[in-house]
Design a protein around this ligand. Structure first.
Ligand SMILES: Cc1ncc(COP(=O)(O)O)c(C=O)c1O
Length: 276
């Protein structure tokens, strides 16, 4: 799939591919848009993709594992407009609600579709709960018959702290990412990848010159032992250092330390490059 320079799906290309598949005798079943990509935090054009899927009779899924819960913030609601029209959305409370691993959920618009796929009618040993829609037997809606009560791990913290506490934390990481991008731009030799279209709190940046120097920057910053960042690759930029600000313990002091480590590392690299 072709992506645009802002790392989002090129919707015209998606349309062409669906039509090409159909001409080739294939049956396009599902298109997956991403609400916050892992690599750059980019948000696909959700309204256009959902509209295209409707036109084409294709299931529209949104991967909101990283970004879905930002919808509890005002900015998130603006950035993720259109997500509510999707046929299904996956969300990970273990990412953007900071909860224990394994607290994922799949939200599906039309319950009956899931039921048609997963219900095993007439299994003698499973008593029917009846036709009351409020009494859901989850085994009719997914592949698992016996399961843990995973929802409790998300329900309880929300009940205890209130959803506004999570909203405040998500707002804080959005602010910190913007601040980080701005302060990185002020450092010589650093190129920050554009974030002018809506982005979740990922800040990608690289050093001028060959990729090897950006890899070295990541290695040196991590070697300080304060902050862990990784490298990634973007189609146009090549190797970048990927700073994902999504942890309630990441506050301004951590950002200050990170920036100090970046500056320290660039000084070392400039010595290695022989430019002091
Ligand atoms: C956008 C997105 N979708 C899905 C996943 C898969 O995550 P998990 O296996 O924790 O559900 C990730 C992981 O980083 C992600 O960023």
């Amino acid at each position: 799939m072709r992506t645009r320079p802002d790392d989002t799906i090129d919707v015209d290309d998606l349309r062409r591919r669906i039509e090409d598949d159909r001409r080739a005798g294939l049956v396009p079943g599902c298109a997956v848009a991403t609400a916050g990509t892992t690599n750059s935090g980019a948000i696909d054009d959700l309204p256009s993709i959902v509209r295209l899927c409707r036109e084409q009779g294709v299931w529209a899924h949104v991967d909101g594992c990283f970004g879905g819960f930002f919808r509890i913030t005002r900015r998130g609601r603006e950035m993720l407009a259109g997500i509510e029209e999707a046929d299904s959305v996956s969300v990970d409370a273990h990412k953007s609600l900071f909860l224990p691993h394994g607290t994922s959920a799949l939200l599906v618009r039309d319950q009956a579709t899931l039921r048609r796929a997963f219900e095993v009618p007439g299994a003698e040993y499973i008593p029917e709960l009846g036709q009351d829609d409020a009494r859901v037997d989850l085994c009719d809606y997914g592949p698992e018959l016996t399961r843990e009560i995973r929802g409790l791990g998300a329900w309880l913290p929300i009940k205890l702290h209130g959803i506004r506490a999570f909203e405040a934390e998500l707002d804080a990481v959005l602010d910190l990412a913007d601040e980080l991008a701005e302060r990185l731009r002020a450092i010589g030799d650093v190129q920050v990848m554009p974030r002018d279209t809506p982005h979740l709190p990922v800040v990608n940046f690289r050093l001028d010159g060959a990729d090897v120097w950006t890899e070295r920057l990541c290695e040196l910053v991590c070697s300080r032992g304060h902050v862990h960042v990784s490298t990634s690759r973007l189609p146009d930029a090549g190797t970048v250092v990927r700073a994902c600000v999504l942890q309630p313990q990441t506050d301004r002091a951590v950002i200050d330390r990170f920036l100090a480590d970046v500056t320290w590392s660039i000084d070392r690299i400039n010595e290695e490059r022989g430019r002091t």
